[in-house]
Design a protein around this ligand. Structure first.
Ligand code: NAD
Ligand code: DAU
Length: 353
């Protein structure tokens, strides 16, 4: 197959590209990425010379260019991850989230429709797989309930509203034009190559540099954490065997209150750096809460387990140990992504809290 992965230079995308390039030597994997602040080709240095891998720098919003790329590489399957992905940024700049996540997804859908409908076999053997988030379901209370595939959409942040909108467009292209689409909604990912604006890599990096750890509100919000390679494995299974026009939730059955997770991160970093136990606890600083901060996310991914046999493979303790080690061992990567523009943004944003 010829597969286009959008956003392949980002966090999850780079794990998906690596998995597909390694696992499917007979496929051609085309990584199309605009290389925003979050995209980094260093994330894929280990596969960049492979004969079944091609990188193309392009913006999903550029419909004509996307169409050209689909035709040139005879793309049969699309795994769409390109997005603006950080909630705090969406609160500051909602327009760019609507532009990339909604208009960009629409541009990609329309280009795929145009190209695939022009072929003699049409949509046969094609697949448009859209990667979405559990945040489209809104927030849960501390009542033990879970998001299922039937939960009504109720997004709260500009980010989740833009992802919800893009999900609706994807489903509309199936219902209206017969495009073979599929959507998955996943919980919080963690692991190597995540941009250090997100909680786990940000805090690991701050602890190492002796910087404060800004805990939003009381640190009581709950997230369900999944190791990124388990997500990539789910994407592989669903891309190949998921039911067309269906939706699958992907989650870790691994809920953590932020403050408890933060204490695990502190203990792990301190231990691996040889600091006295609890040395970095004093870096915790409770700061103004994120506006509209969703209280709790929890995903029920039993449909995926029952239908396609996927479940998380890594215990959280092992996942967090691997993750902390990776960031501590890859200081050059961290230096590269936190230099220049990003640090100016970070300092402005966090110093104002
Ligand atoms: P990320 O921010 O690390 O990477 C996004 C990538 O998209 C970057 O490489 C960036 O350069 C690229 N990109 C952005 N705008 C683009 C454009 N206009 N054209 C082409 N490329 C563009 O994001 P991530 O955390 O890897 O998330 C990937 C996808 O998975 C997103 O759609 C996100 O909504 C979804 N998701 C993320 C999580 C999570 O915990 N990180 C959980 C569930 C779903
Ligand atoms: O649930 C899936 C979503 O998970 C994805 O769709 C998003 O792309 C991804 O960014 C993530 O969203 P969150 O907002 O949950 O992730 P973030 O790492 O930004 O924050 C995790 C929790 O930690 C959240 O409750 C806010 C809190 N937090 C975050 C930061 C960056 C802090 O307390 N302090 C911080 O500095």
């Amino acid at each position: 197959m010829n597969i286009l992965v959008t956003g392949g230079a980002g966090f999850i995308g780079s794990h998906v590209v690596r998995l597909f390039v390694n696992r499917y030597p007979d496929y051609n994997i085309v990584n199309m990425d605009k290389l925003t602040y979050a995209g980094n080709l260093a994330n894929l240095a280990d596969v960049e010379e492979r004969p079944n891998y091609t990188f193309v720098r392009a913006d999903i919003c550029d419909y004509e260019r996307v169409l050209e790329i689909l035709k040139e590489h005879k793309i049969e399957g699309i795994i769409h991850l390109a997005a603006e992905s950080h909630v705090d940024r969406s609160i500051r700049d909602p327009f760019s989230f609507a532009q990339t996540n909604v208009m960009g997804t629409l541009s990609l859908l329309q280009a795929a429709r145009n190209y695939w409908e022009s072929l003699p076999e049409g949509y046969e053997g094609k697949r448009f797989y859209h990667i979405s988030t559990d945040e489209v379901y809104g927030a849960l209370d501390f009542d033990g309930t879970f998001f299922t595939e039937e939960t009504k959409y109720a997004p709260h942040s500009p980010y989740s509203a833009s992802k919800a909108s893009s999900d609706h467009f994807v489903r509309a292209y199936h219902d209206t034009y017969g495009m073979p689409t599929i959507v998955t909604n996943c919980s919080n990912n963690y692991g190597p190559y995540q941009f250090p604006e997100k909680l786990i890599p940000l805090f690991i990096n701050n602890i190492r540099r002796g910087k404060q750890l800004p805990v939003y509100g009381k640190g009581e919000n709950v997230r369900d954490w999944l190791y990124v390679e388990d997500h990539a494995r789910a994407i592989d299974i669903i891309f190949h065997r998921g039911k067309t026009a269906d939706t699958y939730n992907i989650g870790g059955f691994n809920e953590w209150r932020n403050i408890d997770l933060i204490k695990v991160i502190i203990a792990t970093v301190d231990r691996l750096l040889g600091n006295p136990e609890g040395a970095s606890l004093s870096l915790i600083k409770y700061v103004t809460d994120r506006p509209g901060h969703d209280l709790r996310y929890a995903i029920d991914s039993s449909k995926l387990k029952e239908e396609l046999g996927w479940e998380p493979s890594l215990q959280f303790e092992e996942g967090i140990e691997r993750t902390v080690r990776w960031y501590l061992d890859n200081e050059a990567w961290m230096e590269q992504v936190t230099s220049g523009e990003y640090m100016r943004y970070y300092d402005e944003m966090y110093n104002n809290r």
